[in-house]
Design a protein around this ligand. Structure first.
Ligand SMILES: [Cu+2]
Length: 114
């Protein structure tokens, strides 16, 4: 009886950890979202599978952009104060260093494609 209770707890724990991964949006192929706040990207590090896209969602009031400063390919968004912008499908593996070019001292993030 005790073993059955423990195993139910283990199943619950597994379900919770899957939900956490989904909320973090760090692993699944498909679309991952990143918040563009005043003045930080959130999360600061994102890992996606090759072929995924990343959608940036503006949450603050200031103008920001999304600019790759180093990585396998370069891309950048328009400068925006609201709305969302998505990358194309990320087909090249590697580490992309991203910043908001307006607030590059503080707004930086790392996108890993693997
Ligand atoms: Cu900015």
């Amino acid at each position: 009886m005790r073993a059955r209770i423990l195993s139910a707890a283990a199943v619950t724990a597994t379900a919770v950890s899957i939900a956490v991964v989904a909320a973090g949006g760090s692993q699944a192929a498909g679309t991952t979202t990143v918040a563009v706040k005043d003045f930080a990207f959130s999360p600061k590090t994102v890992t996606v599978r090759r072929g995924s896209t990343v959608t940036f969602i503006w949450k603050g009031k200031a103008q920001h952009d999304v600019t790759v400063i180093s990585g396998p390919t370069r891309f950048h968004s328009p400068t925006m104060a609201s709305g969302r912008w998505s990358t194309k499908r990320l087909t090249r593996k590697g580490t992309y260093r991203i910043e908001c070019s307006i607030h590059s001292m503080v707004m930086r993030m790392t996108l890993k494609v693997r």
